[in-house]
Design a protein around this ligand. Structure first.
Ligand code: 26A
Length: 346
């Protein structure tokens, strides 16, 4: 069947450039983070456009994951929903998605520009500052259009960028409910520390639908702190257990929590509510040499793409982690959230 995977997120154009730590300091930015732009950050976008060596690339975390999954899967496997403007930036995103064979079903805003992310690269780190613009105007009603809802009904797997919790929790709820009621696979990425910190309520209500949580160590830590978990906020295994055992809407599927930790092992915890047992695994990452690292923008999204594509293919979670790590390594060796062409195969 066509299009087993539906993804939802914020389509963004990445303005990527190398910066020094002084530049990050000037704007009060952490070397590794993703934030929503505040008014004080807005000059960054103008400045980056003028900087030597800056590149414009298709971004948006879930869109990157959707492209990565389509890179791996057979043609006509992945469809992506989000909101863009009517401008050359949106054309650029569509062009990139087409190159990968990703089907794009954007809601188009007449008078609002396509969203942008300043991807400020500092060595192996990246600091992301986002002006959501049109991406902020996605409405759940877009999914209700008969042709779109048909795609939802046809899908077997859903992937949601946690970043979208700032935009349309209603759309996430709609897809989550559909997945739970039809025993379909529903995956959510925590996306960034600020989601657990400042969008705790929408995150908590979405989690009941989630079969697969994907996050990194800093997002796990932010979750532990914002939820006052009685565990050490650096103890990713204990945090994963807490998340895994949260209540679920669909009791036919267990919850699996996948925490990546950069070059440290990927932790996977699955909870069986009947036996109240945890299955815990740790998977070493394929470490790259420093000369192989081009940039880490999109590495986590590529991991998620390899992981979810493998679930669509019916692979085990252990295999899915391995494909995810392979995809992340490929993306790290490219400029931005991209993959090599001609295609490499796992
Ligand atoms: C709501 N925010 C802040 C965001 C993002 C985002 N995607 C969706 N929503 N902030 C950064 N990104 C994307 O993350 C990718 C790297 O993981 C960037 O566009 C970048 O491509």
């Amino acid at each position: 069947m066509s299009y087993p995977l539906v993804a939802l997120g914020n389509p963004l154009l990445d303005l990527q450039v190398d910066v020094d730590t002084e530049y990050l300091k000037k704007y009060d930015l952490k070397e590794n983070d993703a934030i929503l732009a505040e008014p004080k950050h807005l000059p960054i976008f103008e400045e980056v456009l003028k900087k030597d060596g800056r590149v414009l690339l298709a971004g948006g975390a879930a869109q990157n994951t959707a492209r990565a999954a389509q890179y791996i899967l057979p043609p006509k496997s992945v469809v992506y929903f989000g909101s863009v403007g009517k401008d050359v930036y949106a054309d650029k995103l569509i062009e990139a998605n087409n190159k990968y064979g990703l089907r794009t079903e954007y809601q188009v805003q007449e008078d609002i520009e396509t969203g942008k992310c300043a991807a400020l690269i500092n060595g192996a780190h990246r600091s992301l500052v986002t002006d959501l613009a049109a991406a902020n105007h996605f409405k759940a009603s877009h999914l209700d259009k008969p042709e779109n809802w048909k795609l939802v009904e046809n899908a077997t797997h859903f992937y949601i960028g946690g970043f979208h919790l700032t935009v349309s929790p209603e759309a996430i709820e709609k897809l989550g409910k559909h997945a739970a009621e039809n025993n379909k696979v529903f995956a959510l990425n925590f996306s960034a520390p600020f989601i657990a910190q400042f969008f705790k309520d929408p995150l908590d209500s979405a989690l009941k639908y989630v079969d697969f949580v994907i996050a990194n160590e800093s997002e796990a830590e932010a979750y532990a702190e914002s939820h006052d978990l009685k565990v050490d906020s650096k103890d990713v295994l204990s945090i994963a257990k807490e998340v895994a055992k949260l209540p679920k809407a669909n009791t036919k599927r267990p919850r699996t929590v996948v925490f990546t930790q950069g070059t440290e092992p990927t932790i996977v915890v699955k909870y069986d509510p009947v036996s109240e047992d945890f299955e815990v695994n740790a998977y070493k990452v394929k470490e790259l040499t420093s000369s192989q690292i081009v940039d880490t923008n999109g590495a986590g999204d590529a991991f998620a793409g390899g992981f979810i594509a493998s679930l669509v293919e019916g692979k085990t979670v252990a295999q899915a982690v391995d494909v995810g790590q392979w995809a992340a390594a490929l993306s790290i060796q490219q400029v931005g959230p991209s993959f090599p062409f001609p295609k490499e195969t796992y």
